[in-house]
Ligand binder design. Sequence first.
Ligand SMILES: [Zn+2]
Length: 280
Amino acid sequence: MKTSFRFQAGALQCLAVADGVNVYDVKPVFLNAPEGERTQGLARYGAEPDVVAIPYICLVVAVGGQLVLVDTGAGSRHGETVGRLVPNMMAAGIDPADIDLVILTHAHTDHIGGLTDNAGRLQFPAARYIMHRADWEFWRLKENLDELGWSEIFPEIEAKLAAIEERVELVDGGREILPGVRLLPATGHTPGHMAVVFSSAGEALWSVGDLLGHPLHLEYPEWYMAYDLAPAEAIRTKKAILAQADKGALAHVFHFPFPGIGRIQPAGDGWRWQPLEQAR
Ligand SMILES: [Zn+2]
């Protein structure tokens, strides 16, 4: 099975790296979807009615001599099917010690779990880290997780975030963090969820985190996930960002079918996903 995928965005060398695949019950992934449409839609993607395989895919982009990593995968405590980012990255010829900057789209465990190994050591020891302040503050407050019924994952989130406390830079809004690398608030999925836009030589690559969980969320923009903490805001944000990202740019979607790289095309009342291999 392929675990990494090289491509170019403008003059930027990019690598999508698989962290693994997890199997989810379909209901929380399509929380408000009518069952019939959901089942038919999933069948078009070759999926069964009740469970859906959801990949985790990180992104590495070389920007002016710096290696930028977007999200870190689930880490190894989530079972053997995920948490493979570091070995897969090394197999592709990238030393984790060479990562200069880690951008965290949000603080869900499938995105920050790979910050440290099982011994609590940083997996990207030379990197600086960037995260939205609203997510940093929300996920470090145990009462917020208690309220969501997620108390049991608080210690893991707290340990991962504490590990980068000395090196993290918290941002409040949209801003250019490196030449041609722009952060974009994309709130709703979490309070500080962000997208990252890489621009080079007239081409753009939109790395949209969990703005979308499955290609069906493009076709049915009103469908949301149980993991979208503020669903109405998540849908508004999704539509606003897709309306900008559907102008021929490349997109990286963390949970889309491997390699998670393609183009977002307007289609009917929504959009559709065109994987890169077919796009070129
Ligand atoms: Zn996720």
